[in-house]
Design a protein around this ligand. Structure first.
Ligand code: 5GP
Ligand code: ZN
Length: 146
């Protein structure tokens, strides 16, 4: 996996070849405003190294992404922008809604009545039995230890 992708819009922002309103930066990450915000202050936190999916991230990048997201979330609450709460959101893959294929975490300011939310599917609602949960957990545990 190359450390930068010449055609990736977020890599271009890291290289300062594309404009962005940067709000925070450290050695590993950059945070900048989303060009199509869900609310004023909606920020994206990205690793400076190009990684398409979470699985592609080097171990040294995952922690710093959350650290920067926390810093931005705290800043949003103090910023004077409308921000009573915050959602962190990360779409990992096209079917999860990922549109830009360079890992990014959304930091979204929330306030009462903002109308944002996660839509649930038609099968949502019933509380799983312990047996059902254990059957699913066994599959994941098996994969986690691989
Ligand atoms: P995704 O759907 O992949 O989780 O989110 C991609 C986000 O990137 C979208 O919210 C979109 O508005 C934002 N975005 C796409 N292109 C650009 C860009 O060139 N600059 C900035 N600042 N944000 C972008
Ligand atoms: Zn990239």
């Amino acid at each position: 996996m190359p450390s930068t992708d010449p055609n990736c819009i977020f890599c271009k922002i890291v290289r300062r070849e594309a404009p962005a309103s940067i709000v925070a930066e450290d050695a590993v990450t950059v945070a900048f405003l989303d060009i199509r915000p869900m609310a004023p202050g909606h920020t994206l936190v990205i690793p400076k190294l190009h990684a398409t999916y979470l699985e592609d991230l080097p171990d040294s990048s995952d922690g710093p992404i959350l650290k920067t997201a926390r810093r931005v979330a705290s800043a949003l609450r103090r910023s004077g922008l409308r921000c009573d709460a915050v959602n962190l959101w990360l779409a990992d893959g096209k079917d999860a809604g990922q549109q830009v294929f360079h890992v990014h975490m959304h930091v979204i300011p929330r306030f009462h009545g903002d109308g944002l939310g996660i839509r649930v599917g038609p099968d949502y609602g019933r509380t799983s039995t312990r047996e059902e949960l254990e059957a699913v957990a066994a599959k994941i545990r098996g994969a986690v230890s691989q």
